[in-house]
Structure formats: structure tokens, C-alpha cells
Design a protein around this ligand. Sequence first.
Ligand code: AMP
Ligand code: ZN
Length: 281
Amino acid sequence: MTKMNLNNLENRVRKTIAKYRLLKKNDKVIVAISGGKDSTLIAFLLKKFGYRISALHINLHLGPYTKRCMDAVKKFCSENRVPLHIYDIRKNFGCSICYLRAGIQSRLKVKNCAICGVIKKWILNRRARELKADKIVTGHNLDDESQTALMNLFKGNVLLGITTGPVSGIIQDKKFVPRIKPLFFIPEEEIKQYARKMNLPVVYEKCPCALDSYRIKTREFVNLLGNKDKLRIVKNNLKIIERLREKIKNDKVSKIAYCKICEEPARGEICKRCSLLKNFS
Ligand code: AMP
Ligand code: ZN
């Protein structure tokens, strides 16, 4: 990747931030940092652009993989003078994510990444609110987003993606910290090249629990199409979603309540985390 390409990636990220009004200059920003290339790169760029960022890492206790991620996160944060908050799932939930998943999957048919995604979102929102953050940043990239859009379509449920976009959806509530995705339009391959070029301390291997065969198949399919088509998929999906949001803005699904168990924002009486953990022993 030449210097020009690096600038080009940076400019496109700046453009996304400006076009979708993702950040204000004085926002207190929490970057959800996993130790992977995407979230580390966006932390690096936001710091470079002059935003007020700190990082939040969730220690999921996945053995040696977790240790490698945590070492990378610590190295990045100390090299770049980014304050780091660590949330330990074992201390807060009483067990590792694997144990939680096993308990849930003995009762319900839910995939690994789906469970982990729900738990991580719940933690990020609660912790970011406690830290008085204005925004949560995640490292989702063009590849993630085009795969998810197609998977929702294949499942016949475009509504599943109703909250997606460079800025997360229709929820506006004092207890909800908006999540933003400044790498929404950036292909994974470019992120990898940039991270390598800048020698960012990053774990390149995938999470050992990411075994969703449907996502793997969709990834292989989308990769056959190439970046132009990935962009078409996410851009056209955004158009569909905007229309859907407009249509359903007064429906019950758009209303936010507080979970009866944990009091976090929820779309029904009980939030997704608490319905997964119900009867958990
Ligand atoms: P994933 O769902 O693993 O593809 O991750 C999507 C995004 O969630 C990443 O780009 C990060 O911003 C965030 N994330 C994933 N894992 C963690 C973690 N252990 N701690 C903090 N943020 C995370
Ligand atoms: Zn709850």
C-alpha cells in the first residue's frame, strides 16, 4: 500500500464521519477494542484525527487467544497514550463466555457469535454509559456489513438489520449510547494492509469460537463478488432500511422500554441478554 493509498483510506473514513455526522469534535468517545485489526485501526485513526478517545476491552476469557488480544490492546494503548478500561466477564458474570454459552445452548438453539454479540453489546452500552461516553465506536468493516446484509436477506428478514448503518439505528434514549462504525465502507483487505504498514500491534487470527458456518459460506460467496459489489450491497441495503425505518417509526418495535430484570434499554419487557440468561444456572 503506497502513501497515497493510506491517505485515501483516511480520507474515506473522514468522509464517512462527516457525511453521517458520526462524531462531534468534543464527543467523549469509547472505542470497543478487541485486539483485532479493525478496532485497533479505528482507535489509531480517531486518535490521529484528534478525537477524545479511550478504549474499552472486554476480557472474555478464551484462553491463550484472549491473552494475545489483551497484550496487543495494552501495547497499542500505552504506545498511543489511549486510556484503557478493561471489563472482566468472569468477575462480572461469574464465568467465562464459553461457560455462559454452553449453559444457554443447552436450552436454546443460538449460535456462538449471536450469543457473544448480544452480551458484548449489553456490556458496551452499560459500561460506556457509566463512563459518560457520548459514542461507542466499533470496528465493523465493509466485509462484515455486506455479509450481514445478505444473511438477513437470505433468512427472509431484512427487519433484523433495521438498526444497522454507520450510526446505529432508531433508538434514541437517555440510557442508550449510540454505536458508530466509521469503517462501514472500508474493505477488510485495505484495513489489513494499513495495519501491517503501520505495524500496529494486532492479533490477525480469527476468534476460535467464530464457527458460524453460514457466515463462513456467505463470506466466501461475497468474496467472489469483490469490493465494488460489497459496496453496492451495503449502500442499497441502507436505502431499503431507511424506507423501512420511516414506515415503522410509530410501530411497537420502534419503542424502547427498560428491561424488567436489568433496566437496560430493551425492545420488549426483557432485553436480549436477560432472555438468553433466563433460567441460567
Ligand atoms: P465481532 O463481533 O467480534 O466481529 O466484533 C465487532 C466489533 O466489536 C469489533 O470491531 C470491536 O469494535 C468490538 N469487539 C469485539 N470483541 C471485543 C472485545 N473483546 N472487547 C471490546 N470490543 C470488542
Ligand atoms: Zn435485561
